[in-house]
Design a protein around this ligand. Structure first.
Ligand code: NDP
Length: 433
């Protein structure tokens, strides 16, 4: 706290991990070496830079850009870019720190990084977003590369932004080096299934977690927060598997539709019209729009928070449990507060932490890197099957590790210890660097 003042989210993420790896530290004294933990919690590199761009009226704006390379023990830095007014160094460090364990769990040879800017894309024209992306990449390009650091999308950065970022990267470097960014459109070297991967992956994880309890998704009721990339594809996959998603949200409020949220309408509202969720209720007669509120008071069996960090509070958790909740899967990174997590654990709700449940996005980004390296493209079904297999594998690893350390069924402990052992083993192999 003294060395990194005001980085609240980063402190929260580190505290949670250090707390839950205690059984591993007790078992192996070598892991208690403070320098190992110190190195693990200190980013290898952090870059902050000025981004100057002009809006449609010609007025200049100044934003702050970030890229944190946290750990390259397992491969090139890998993690998304977030464009949102709440982005600051503490947020980027928390996301990059979480990424260490998530990427380790995929088993795909990727290190951990994260970046972004405090730019607010909402209400900005296409031209403004393009000029911002170009200005941002004009600094970022010197820090990234297929063997160094491979950014992707996150909040506020989808395939449109990745396209503009890659366009500027290509222009500056004079290289069509597709492996430098993932989440690209298909026509510039993207991978099938990457857009769907995080949302689908969350549902594959949920399916495996429920199977352990002798249950399936069929007939279940689900509530999601968010209505962006992760939420949209999680909704589509949940409904394919027989669940009904009765509510989802954005930063303005939520929609409740007892007949089930329609993913194609959501995509039209969000990607094409770029509107808030009140537009969804205008298009779907069975839906009601509730402004200014989170969706957690809507009764459900399954909750999938897929918007942002610390969005699901202790009070929300109490309400969900009272309404009969059986499972939570974090689509977003750290969306449940520590107090909410405690409520779920005490109520024996099956709980999938983000670093395991939402790892499908980065795993498929690694598959995109493989396809770029071989100049090939895999079919949708083949890539989807690799994603599903990876998610089942992560699920089984978390469960087996939790069991091994006497914390049966605790996916939080399982994910943290499994990721920690993998990355620290590589760090030891590499020596003191
Ligand atoms: P998007 O930008 O596509 O969507 C974000 C959604 O969350 C929007 O509906 C947005 O509402 C809402 N939201 C954002 N901030 C807030 C807030 N402060 N309060 C309430 N709602 C908010 O992002 P993604 O779907 O890509 O990302 C969502 C989460 O998933 C993030 O935590 C991200 O880190 C995580 N994640 C994403 C991955 C990916 O592949 N994209 C991979 C792994 C994790 P509005 O539109 O009104 O702003």
């Amino acid at each position: 706290v003294r060395r990194n003042p005001a980085e609240t989210e980063f402190h929260q993420a580190v505290t949670e991990v250090l707390h839950s790896i205690q059984p591993a530290l007790r078992r192996d004294p070598a892991l208690r070496d403070a320098r190992l933990l110190e190195r693990l919690c200190e980013p290898e590199r952090q870059t902050m830079f000025r981004v100057v761009w002009t809006d449609d009226s010609g007025a200049a704006h100044v934003n702050r850009g970030f890229r944190v390379g946290f750990s390259s023990a397992l491969g090139p830095y890998k993690g998304g870019l977030r464009f949102h007014p709440t982005v600051n160094l503490g947020v980027v460090k928390f996301l990059a720190f979480e990424q260490i364990f998530k990427n380790a769990l995929t088993g795909l040879g990727i290190g951990a990084g994260k970046g972004g800017a405090d730019f607010d894309p909402s209400g900005r024209s296409d031209g403004e977003v393009m000029r911002f992306c170009q200005a941002y990449m004009t600094e970022l390009y010197r820090h990234i590369g297929a063997q160094t650091d491979v950014p992707a999308g996150d909040i506020g950065v989808g395939s449109r932004e990745i396209g503009y970022l890659f366009g500027q990267y290509k222009r500056i470097t004079n290289r069509f080096e597709t492996g430098t960014l993932t989440g690209k459109d298909l026509d510039i070297g993207g991978s099938l299934v990457r857009p769907e991967a995080t949302g689908y992956g969350v549902v594959y994880f949920l399916e495996a977690m429920l199977a352990k309890r002798g249950q399936t998704l069929d007939g279940k009721t689900a509530v999601l927060s968010g209505s962006g990339n992760v939420a949209q594809h999680a909704i589509a996959k949940l409904q394919q598997m027989g669940a009904t998603v009765v509510a989802c949200s954005d930063s303005s409020g939520y929609v409740h539709d007892p007949e089930g949220i329609r993913p194609e309408v959501l995509a039209e509202v969000k990607q094409v019209r770029r509107r808030k969720l009140d537009a969804y209720a205008e298009l779907v007669p069975s839906a009601e729009y509730i402004p200014g509120k989170a969706p957690w008071n809507v009764p459900c069996d399954i909750a999938v928070p897929s918007a942002t960090q610390n969005e699901l509070t202790e009070a929300d958790a109490v309400t969900l449990v009272k309404n009969g909740l059986i499972a939570v899967a974090e689509g977003a990174n750290m969306p449940c507060t520590p107090q909410a997590l405690q409520v779920f654990q005490e109520a024996e709700v099956a709980f999938a932490p983000g670093k395991a449940a939402n790892a499908g996005g980065v795993a498929t980004s690694a598959l995109e890197m493989q396809q770029n390296a071989s100049r090939g493209r895999w079919a949708f079904a083949e890539t989807d099957e690799k994603l599903a297999a990876t998610m089942r594998d992560i699920h089984d690893t978390c469960l087996a590790t939790a069991d091994d350390y006497g914390q049966s069924g605790d996916y939080v402990t399982g994910a943290n210890i499994a990721g920690f052992l993998k990355v620290t083993s590589a760090m030891n192999t590499l020596g003191l660097i």
